[in-house]
Design a protein around this ligand. Structure first.
Ligand SMILES: [Zn+2]
Ligand SMILES: [Zn+2]
Length: 556
């Protein structure tokens, strides 16, 4: 009885173990196949697995993920995370992984696209906010001056007409705000006005890029095309890209069909593509379809045709494989040599992943990240109207007009001035003599020429003291807000724009980096967040220190 029980137990254990063994081998085969058809998805699975483990085991899994999909920044960032240590030597070693991850951004569509989206979004935000901040700090000082000028001479109200084109769009409004804010600044600060107007002229550029970024991020076609070409998924493309007109989409569709083994359908698509455009890659992939149908001679013709258009390493590699298949080893070795001379790394990586498969494996061609990016941006710009009334060209003309007007009015005698000492407004019409040093006659008589009587002088000095005290209080309060605002208020426009630009750019990039991570979720640009936070803190501290020093010395 006891023996029977033990035997049953033993048998079931044996059964369980064999089942486990078979399950594992089946699983392994499945994953290798996945690693070849959808490497990026496989690498994500490995990363997920690595996240559950710790130590060398997880590091090994991540390294395998990098081998399968070497152009994916996520794996390098994970490796950096796992190997991060405070020991100097190891620290620099893991830092190297981080740099490698950043270096492969241009080879990974969504990582790169998200990064450029963040940067263009931040640039645009800073470009829009700076004229608004300048207007908010400068116009409360300048509107009374304008009112004074209009009182003296109603014709000066004409400057306000620049606000009318604001009806055409927000950039027109910003440009006219910019013009009005710089109208009462003289000499060097006025140059900042020209510069800002020129910068605003180009604001439609990041706007257009941001628009196409946002539309591409939600476009199923682009998502599907990228998924095929980067090896994330083929099924989605087959479903989404059927019967599209654009060549990159057609090519991605054909590639997806080929990858899932629908060879005849794929060959048909490639033939259609060849009738539209003589691209060597279409011939190479069509050749691979023929090879899969066992039509080896036809396949070799295709590779040779592709080489006559433009020699690619994949054509030579595939020729070498087929030559060996036909037992022509001399030719095979020759082609192989040519292929590895052209791009050794690509051949080596391709071979490494397939060293255990016995089947004939040929190299397919796909779209590069650059082509995908150009296509995505092009799709976004498709319906941009350059010549329309609120388009970039009219805005450019308007900004140029404002620059010319700003330049022409630089020495205008109709401009009112605020007394540096007491804050009184005066202009050439109401002040009989225009004293030097930015002071009104009253202050000049009391403090410089001593023409006025003692009672008057005391009166002026008290007024001056109160005015300057109030001004300093405002400057002190402002110096704790956005760095640069105090400088703008004090008329130091160049340094004010410099500090506020760095601050606003890094702050908005920091916020956008949390949202702009389309199709890379659950990963994020943590290195960027770190760098931006550092810049943000440094710009705040240095901007305020710079301002404070100038405040103390009374330069503002
Ligand atoms: Zn005065
Ligand atoms: Zn006046």
């Amino acid at each position: 009885m006891c023996l029977k029980k033990t035997a049953v137990l033993f048998l079931s254990l044996l059964l369980f173990l064999t089942q486990l063994f078979f399950a594992r081998t089946v699983g392994a085969e499945l994953t290798t196949k996945e690693a070849l058809t959808t490497p990026e998805t496989y690498s994500y699975l490995l990363l997920e697995e690595a996240g559950k483990k710790s130590g060398t085991e997880s590091v090994k899994l991540i390294e395998k993920a990098i081998k399968v999909s070497p152009n994916d920044p996520a794996a390098y960032f994970e490796l950096f995370d796992k190997t991060l240590s405070l020991q100097p030597q190891e620290f620099f070693h893991s830092l190297n992984h981080l740099f490698k991850g950043i270096a492969v951004y241009p080879r990974s569509f969504w990582w790169f696209f998200n990064l450029t989206g963040i940067l263009s979004g931040a640039l645009l935000t800073a470009l829009v906010l700076i004229p608004i901040i300048i207007a908010l700090t400068r116009l409360p000082l300048d509107i009374p001056l304008m009112a004074h000028e209009i009182q003296e001479n109603t014709r000066t109200a004409g400057y306000l007409l620049v606000l009318i084109p604001s009806l055409l769009g927000p950039y027109y409004f910003l440009a006219s705000l910019c013009f009005l804010s710089f109208l009462h600044l003289k000499e060097r600060p006025r140059y900042a006005g020209y510069l800002l107007l020129i910068a605003l002229m180009f604001a439609p550029l990041p706007t257009a890029y941001l628009n196409s970024y946002l539309s591409a991020s939600s476009s199923p076609e682009i998502k599907a095309a990228v998924a095929v070409n980067e090896g994330r998924s083929n099924a989605y493309a087959i479903e989404t890209l059927k019967a599209k007109k654009e060549i990159p989409l057609k090519f991605s569709y054909a590639l997806a069909l080929q990858k899932v083994g629908r060879i005849r359908a794929a060959a048909g698509e490639y033939r259609k593509l060849i009738s539209l455009k003589k691209d060597p890659r279409f011939y190479i992939n069509l050749g691979n379809c023929y090879a899969a149908m066992k039509r080896l001679n036809k396949a070799m013709d295709m590779y040779k045709t592709s080489i006559s258009i433009k020699p690619l390493p994949s054509a030579y590699y595939n020729l070498s494989m087929l030559a060996r298949e036909k037992l022509d080893f001399t030719a095979g070795d020759g082609y192989f040599q040519q292929a590895s001379n052209m791009d050794f790394d690509r051949i080596a990586q391709f071979r490494e992943l397939r060293n255990d498969t016995k089947t004939l494996d040929l190299m397919d061609e796909g779209l590069s990240t650059r082509e995908l990016l150009l296509f995505a941006v092009g799709q976004g710009l498709k319906d941009a109207k350059i010549f329309s009334l609120n388009g970039p060209l009219v805005l450019m003309a308007f900004s140029l007009l404002l620059i010319v007007m700003l330049f022409m009015s630089r020495d205008s005698t109709a401009m009112a001035t605020r007394c540096r000492k007491c804050g009184k407004l005066y202009c050439a019409a109401c002040e009989r003599r225009m004293p030097r040093g930015g002071m009104c006659t009253e202050c000049f008589r009391s403090m410089i020429s001593f023409e006025s009587n003692p009672a008057e002088r005391v009166d002026t000095i008290v007024k001056t003291h109160n005015y300057l005290k109030k001004r300093r209080r405002i400057l002190n309060i402002l110096s704790f807000t956005i760095p640069g605002i105090t400088l703008l208020y004090g008329g130091r426009v160049f340094s004010g724009i410099f500090f506020s630009f760095i601050f606003l750019f890094s702050a908005s990039a920091l916020i956008l980096s949390e949202f702009f991570r389309f199709n890379i979720y659950p990963y994020n640009h943590s290195w960027l967040t770190f760098v931006l936070a550092l810049i943000l803190i440094l710009s705040y501290l240095s901007g305020n220190l710079y301002t404070m020093r100038r405040l103390k010395k009374g330069w503002l």
